[in-house]
Write a protein that binds this ligand. Structure first.
Ligand SMILES: Nc1ncnc2c1ncn2[C@@H]1O[C@H](COP(=O)(O)OP(=O)(O)OP(=O)(O)O)[C@@H](O)[C@H]1O
Ligand SMILES: Nc1ncnc2c1ncn2[C@@H]1O[C@H](COP(=O)(O)OP(=O)(O)OP(=O)(O)O)[C@@H](O)[C@H]1O
Length: 570
């Protein structure tokens, strides 16, 4: 017998600071032990729905509620945030807000300490959990010295250690490398099966979540639930396309090949997908397409020569790395969590000092170039927007760099408005940043760098936490800047982004450069894929299963075709 654990009934919520409700008329029942995925465009209210479950709404974020929300049979309004936290455990989108302890071990142990669990049991539990999240080597490390992906794993550990009825994950994959992401999804699945926990995942990376079974997918748009059905039914429909949510790549490829998709094909499980007569359709599509290629050859803009760097007395985080980037390139840096990608970016911008080796910008040695001077040439957009934002209002934040440079007010207005428009933030220009979703904040930080017109832009995971619409908008904007001659360097965990936008990529593993090659070649090399925790996209495997002779060519043609269909790439 299914027992409901969460019941929204005609539930509406409006933040005090907003004119209109963020959630409208939500009717949703989630049963004990179910595994639910929530998807929807940025700002549609997914995190707000999550906040209603863990009590942040209305206890921390005030507002008006109408209708009813029951968790475990009790109205949440009548519970305290503390009693709710014993039922619903949350791994937040921005894990930094979640850390309490000084070290990784302390952080994982925090809730056990609070519950006065005996010390030997606590130690055992913390070690077990740290193994589960692959952080046992870091138990003594300070949380603040971890890479973005490592922090996310610690936040997950801190929640797993408590045995709650409902686990809520708000974008658990956003900063994880592909292999760790897959591991996290498997881990969530194992926990759910073993403990019969109810699991709710909010995530833009639908295809990655579907690596393991989910019972239902809820699609939200503009604060409403527009679909609530099984993955097989949803993938056979056109709802994702209509809502501009990124469909799994294999689904899109099948649609391009004019295959009729039915739930019977088992669309949800790529590994068990029945292709029936789609093989022939894929072949026909493959034969009917071609690609245009253009590779820029220009003078070098950034040369990195035998750079080695260590934090304090630790072993080098960056170990003897050399590469050259040419003017006008669009290049990605990929590799597992903690490999040293962000550190390398920070060294280039001069935020970290004390490396050996040399760096040249347009032929000039950067040894004596200050951070401020470097920032005129190289703009860096960090991984976590909350680490970059210092102003209260959006307009002021984007204008800040120009104000500091003494630019005239009129010019500031023009440039800021243009940057805001490009980043899809113009309608919000007079809003406080506190009223923006995570994805929207990320775009504010991109706008505040773009406004300075740098020659090189380094972006640390520019599209993490973005929906498909903004992913496309940001990437096409970057591609446009790139066509105008700006060099773009991107740290990313998104393999399709790398294939789609960056002809060349640098692969870092344990602080060393293990490949400097085309994105397609890198993903075709098993050894590199494994060493750097990368993942081939489902398109490679789809081509293999359809017996297409050159899977890499299939992927390249898909990308070219896809850009044309979506109206980009020229
Ligand atoms: N604390 C807040 N105060 C006022 N408005 C808020 C607050 N948090 C979110 N909002 C508004 O509610 C809307 C939904 O935000 P929410 O974070 O729930 O979206 P989301 O679907 O999770 O987006 P994303 O995918 O970008 O994280 C946004 O338009 C945002 O402006
Ligand atoms: N300020 C710091 N002090 C000491 N060690 C640090 C510091 N920042 C990062 N590290 C360590 O350096 C290593 C590389 O971290 P970095 O942030 O460069 O990795 P990354 O490749 O960007 O990872 P991710 O994909 O998770 O963002 C990690 O092991 C991390 O723990």
């Amino acid at each position: 017998m299914k027992k409901p654990i969460i019941c929204f009934n005609n539930f509406t919520f409006k933040y005090d600071s907003q004119k209109n409700p963020t959630l409208h008329d939500i009717n949703l029942t989630i049963n004990q032990g179910e595994k639910i995925l929530i998807v929807g465009p940025s700002g549609c209210g997914k995190s707000t729905l999550g906040h209603c479950l863990n009590g942040l709404v209305p206890f921390a974020y005030k507002g008006d509620i109408t209708g009813s929300l029951k968790v475990n049979g009790q109205e949440t309004k009548d519970l305290t945030i503390f009693s709710l936290s014993k039922i619903v455990g949350t791994v937040l989108q921005d894990p930094d807000g979640q850390f309490i302890g000084l070290s990784v071990g302390e952080d994982i142990a925090f809730s056990l300490e609070n519950d006065e669990v005996p010390i030997d049991i606590m130690k055992e539990k913390v070690i077990d959990i740290s193994k589960l999240i692959n952080m046992e080597k870091y138990l003594g490390a300070s949380v603040h010295e971890l890479s973005g992906g490592q922090r996310q794993r610690v936040a997950l550990g801190g929640v797993l250690v408590e045995q709650v009825d409902v686990l809520l994950f708000d974008e658990p994959l956003a900063n994880l490398d592909p292999a760790t992401g897959r591991h996290a999804i498997k881990l969530i699945d194992e926990i759910q099966k073993e403990l019969h926990t109810t699991v709710i995942i909010i995530e833009h990376r639908l295809e990655d979540v579907l690596d393991q079974h989910v019972d239902r997918i809820i699609v939200m748009d503009q604060g409403r639930i527009i679909s609530d059905t099984t993955p097989n039914e949803l993938l056979a429909s056109s709802i994702l396309e209509q809502t501009n949510i990124r469909e799994p790549l294999y689904i899109r490829a099948l649609k391009y090949a004019n295959c009729k998709l039915t739930p019977e094909m088992n669309l949800e499980h790529f590994n068990k997908l029945n292709l029936y007569d789609c093989k022939e359709a894929l072949h026909n599509w493959y034969k009917s397409t071609s690609i245009q290629k253009s590779l820029p050859e220009a003078e070098s803009i950034l040369e990195v020569e035998k750079i080695t760097f260590a934090y304090g007395a630790q072993k080098p985080t960056i170990n003897d790395i050399s590469f050259t980037i040419r003017k006008g390139e669009m290049i990605s840096i990929v590799g597992k969590n903690g490999a040293g990608k962000s550190t390398l970016s920070r060294l280039i911008c001069g935020f970290e000092k004390g490396h050996s080796g040399k760096m040249f910008f347009a032929g000039e040695d950067m040894k004596d170039v200050t951070i401020r001077e470097r920032a005129e040439k190289i703009g860096m957009v960090m991984q976590n927007p909350n680490h970059m934002i210092s102003k209260h209002m959006i307009y002021d934040e984007v204008a800040l760099g120009l104000v500091l440079r003494g630019i005239s007010e009129d010019e500031i207005k023009e440039r800021v408005e243009k940057a805001l428009q490009v980043c899809g933030l113009f309608p919000f220009r007079n809003w406080p940043i506190s009223a923006l979703s995570f994805g929207q904040r990320k775009r504010v930080t991109i706008a505040s760098i773009l406004v300075l017109n740098p020659e090189v832009i380094i972006l640390d995971e520019p599209t993490a936490g973005q929906d498909f619409f903004h992913y496309t908008q940001i990437m096409e904007f970057l591609a446009k800047l790139n066509r105008l001659g700006i060099t773009i360097i991107m740290v990313t965990h998104d393999m399709h982004l790398m294939l789609e936008y960056t002809p060349r990529c640098l692969v870092i593993a344990d602080g060393k450069l293990i490949a400097d090659d085309s994105a397609v070649n890198v993903l075709s090399n098993k050894k590199i894929v494994e060493a750097a925790n990368l993942k081939q996209t489902s398109l490679f495997e789809l081509a293999r299963r359809a017996n297409i002779e050159h899977p890499t060519e299939f992927v390249a043609r898909f990308i070219s075709f896809d850009k044309e269909v979506r109206g980009f790439g020229n």
